[in-house]
Design a protein around this ligand. Structure first.
Ligand SMILES: NC(=O)c1ccc[n+]([C@@H]2O[C@H](COP(=O)([O-])OP(=O)(O)OC[C@H]3O[C@@H](n4cnc5c(N)ncnc54)[C@H](O)[C@@H]3O)[C@@H](O)[C@H]2O)c1
Length: 231
């Protein structure tokens, strides 16, 4: 049986590399990134190239971007602002069934510390990077409201293969940890979930203490994480 086709942007990045094997088990994956990464080339700032890459795709997982909370406007504008629009526009134009966008816990990091955040909480970015992730959430809402493309946006926490250690092992980072295998489970759930038009999901592992509450994420897209930063 032929597998449905899935376009992965930013596939040479940390998350792209970690989730690719799980995606390839289920989909015929077009793994793309910037020239020089050894993958098929797709610069998401090129709208025509995004339209070409989205043709025939069942799903698009958009991981291309600058992941730095300290990045400035010049660094963020091309991939995070322009590129997120272009990949959504292209997915809509090509009738892609499901678009998965990478937001971040930074989109809601402006709330007072110590508060657990629900997937339903409105965006409150404390930095420009987080504001570009709020933009991604807004772009997802626009796409899902004005086309047949349905959208799941992921508020990704502290992504790392192992639980944070040393200076990184703050209570917040521990409680926000997303392991590699749970990242793969999260993205698979986001692509496969039925009966979703637009949903913002929280993306952390099954940590004993949870910076981002997983209740509606589990219930809405069936995400079932396995790892615990304190185990
Ligand atoms: N790593 C984390 O802890 C974390 C946390 C929250 C959210 N996120 C988000 O998840 C996504 C992936 O993060 P990551 O950690 O894999 O980042 P990464 O920097 O490791 O990978 C991003 C990839 O995007 C590619 N890219 C950049 N500009 C591009 C462009 N114009 N066209 C095509 N590709 C381009 C880069 O070459 C790189 O391979 C990002 O959107 C990031 O903001 C990451």
């Amino acid at each position: 049986m032929t597998k449905p086709k899935l376009l992965l942007t930013g596939a040479a990045g940390r998350i792209g590399r970690a989730i690719s094997p799980a995606l390839e088990e289920r989909w015929d994956v077009a793994a793309t990134d910037l020239p020089g990464t050894g993958l098929a080339e797709l610069d998401v700032t090129d709208l025509a190239a995004c339209r070409q890459a989205c043709a025939g795709m069942d799903a698009v997982v958009h991981m291309a971007g600058v992941p730095d909370p300290n990045a400035d406007w010049d660094a963020l504008l091309p991939a995070n602002v322009v590129g997120t629009h272009h990949i959504a526009r292209a997915a809509m134009d090509r009738g892609v069934r499901r678009l998965v966008l990478a937001s971040s816990a930074q989109a809601v990091a402006g709330y007072p510390p110590g508060r657990q955040l629900r997937a339903e909480d409105r965006v409150r970015p404390p930095n420009l990077y987080g504001a570009t992730k709020a933009w991604a959430e807004a772009i997802g809402s626009w796409a899902a409201s004005s086309s047949d493309t349905t959208v799941v946006v992921l508020r990704i926490g502290f992504f790392a293969e192992r639980p944070p250690k040393g200076a990184d092992a703050t209570p917040r980072n521990m409680a926000a940890w997303l392991s590699h295998r749970d990242a793969a489970r999260l993205v698979v759930a986001a692509v496969e979930a039925d009966n979703v038009r637009y949903f913002v999901a929280n993306g952390i592992s099954a940590n004993r203490y949870q910076h981002l509450d997983l209740t509606t994420t589990r219930n809405t897209i069936g995400y079932a994480p396995l790892d615990d930063a304190w185990a």
